[in-house]
Design a protein around this ligand. Structure first.
Ligand SMILES: Cc1cc2nc3c(=O)[nH]c(=O)nc-3n(C[C@H](O)[C@H](O)[C@H](O)COP(=O)(O)OP(=O)(O)OC[C@H]3O[C@@H](n4cnc5c(N)ncnc54)[C@H](O)[C@@H]3O)c2cc1C
Length: 477
């Protein structure tokens, strides 16, 4: 039996680790990743910079839902390496640790699962880009660029986050310029920005925060301009006493306006920190999202999304403080508006901006532009051979909100006719339209454990393996 997992970020790595830990054999787990450095780490945890921090405290970053302290123990055992004043002064449950260290942790989780797998259960790491999926005699096959083909019984698409889409402007020629960095994680971006006297980050979320801190740590002397459409700014974590903000599902409001009023009223009446209320809602968010009619979900995306994002996805406290220092010193300058175009000449680029609330446009002169506007989630716009192939064959279908892919239970992908696949699954960011809260470790680790269990049970039920594949039917550990 073979299961292919495309994408070796957190999602793919954790599904692989669970399969290796729970299967009794025979099973080959083929983990396919196009970027060698991202094996086990993915986009988020392959950074090589110590100034890129997790935005979730250590106590909530265990890879295993049933062993909450797994990551904390790992970190404590490496305290001497991780202490790095002034950023990290102690390893506690509230510590915000470097993402690079978290990548090391994930690689260790995968290695350990591989070493501990019983005879007949094995992991095969394959570097390559999956470019297509076809139905085949055994179930399904994954085609790699270069022509290699892997016949397997099940495929998990753990494709994660894609590059941001370029802002929509009439003349897109600037996007070909050396002054434009469409992929904020590109290896060449830092050296290019360090050469500039001023640069513009489009977007004011966590990617921008990464860039502000990276430039500052690298000794950048220029000005970092930050443009956001609504003027929202990422909030920082602060200690807040937890609250019990649970509402019986029957009493859930059916409109986003009513939800907003309800949350505000709760925070005011309980005099609690808004962070505690948002955190308390988190476990129920996917069910709450599913309970809203499509029109209300759209209304939320149109009016509230940036405000939700900046309150829900918070910065490590010291990163928030650092941004404030950069702003107060005038090195970081905030602008509110949208990009209308670019006028590049030999010495720089004038970014044409329509300021919020104003009709006329103004020009912002910078040496370079980096797109920090967040992952492109409209799969119809992605430049991915794999996604285009899947869409063309009707094997997958965008969700109605255009935030990812339509899925059924356990991440089974829905085809163009709306039928749940028995062979193709996904988890994590591609399920955003269906679950809303599905992009971070605390949610994805649960999905990975559930999906691995479901796949093993399903293969066992299909009767093909000579003996049971599933060692333990439940439990993520
Ligand atoms: C910069 C950043 C910081 C973050 N920080 C945190 C944090 O502190 N805490 C937290 O809980 N969450 C954080 N997140 C959220 C993050 O999305 C999840 O934690 C998690 O890493 C998502 O993992 P993933 O495997 O789904 O996606 P990804 O990490 O994006 O991995 C997907 C992988 O699939 C590969 N791939 C895609 N297409 C193909 C193909 N066709 N063929 C082969 N390989 C392919 C990609 O190369 C990539 O390595 C962060 C996200 C980002 C982007």
């Amino acid at each position: 039996m073979e299961i292919a997992i495309v994408g070796a970020g957190f999602s793919g790595t954790l599904v692989a680790a669970h399969l290796l830990r729970k299967a009794t054999g025979p099973l080959t787990v083929r983990l396919i990743e196009r970027v060698p450095d991202q094996f086990g780490r993915g986009v988020a945890y392959s950074t090589v910079r110590d100034c890129h921090f997790l935005n979730v405290p250590a106590a909530k970053m265990s890879a295993f839902p049933d062993d909450a302290e797994h990551f904390l123990r790992w970190a404590r055992a490496r305290e001497h390496r991780l202490i790095n004043p002034p950023w990290v002064t102690a390893i506690t449950s509230a510590s915000f640790l470097p993402r690079r260290a978290y990548g090391d942790y994930l690689c260790g989780v995968l290695d350990e699962a591989e070493r501990g797998a019983p005879a007949g259960v094995r992991l095969e790491r394959k570097t390559g880009e999956a470019v297509g999926v076809k139905r085949g005699p055994r179930g399904i096959s994954v085609c790699l660029a270069g022509g290699e083909r892997h016949e397997v019984e099940r495929v998990v698409l753990a494709l994660g986050n894609f590059h941001p889409g370029d802002p929509n402007v009439a003349d897109r020629s600037f996007y070909e310029s050396d002054r434009y960095h469409g992929d904020p994680w590109g290896p060449e971006v830092l050296a290019a920005l360090m050469e500039t006297r001023s640069c513009l980050a489009i977007g004011s979320g966590l990617t921008m925060a990464d860039w502000a801190i990276t430039l500052s740590e690298a000794g950048y002397r220029g000005t970092l301009h930050v443009l956001s459409r609504r003027g929202v700014w990422p909030q920082a974590h602060r200690p807040a006493a937890p609250v019990d903000f649970s509402i019986a599902a029957e009493a859930w409001p059916r409109t986003v306006g009513a939800w907003l009023r309800h949350i505000r009223h709760y925070i005011r009446s309980q005099r609690c920190d808004w962070r505690a209320a948002i955190d308390a809602l988190r476990p129920a968010t996917p069910s709450l999202w599913a309970s809203l009619p499509l029109a209300e979900q759209r209304r939320f995306l149109r009016h509230l999304r940036p405000f939700w994002d900046c309150h829900r996805h918070r910065l490590a406290p010291f990163v928030g403080d650092h941004l404030q220092i950069l702003t107060q010193s005038g090195q970081l300058v905030r602008h509110v508006g949208r990009v209308m175009g670019y006028r590049e000449d030999g010495n720089g680029v004038d970014v044409v901006i329509r300021r919020r609330g104003l009709d006329e446009v103004s020009l912002l002169r910078v040496d370079a532009v980096v797109n920090c506007s967040g992952s492109e989630s409209d799969y119809r716009k992605l430049e991915s051979r794999l996604i285009n192939d899947l869409l063309d064959r009707g094997l997958v279908h965008p969700d109605p909100l255009g935030l990812g892919l339509a899925t059924g239970s356990n991440g089974a992908l829905l085809d163009a006719a709306g039928c749940a696949s028995r062979h193709l699954y996904t988890l994590g960011p591609p399920e955003k339209g269906m679950l809303w809260e599905t992009t971070a470790v605390p949610e994805i680790r649960e999905q990975a454990a559930r999906l691995a269990n479901a796949l093993l049970r399903d293969l066992e039920r299909s009767g093909r393996p000579a003996r049971a594949l599933l060692a333990r039917a439940s439990g993520a550990g």
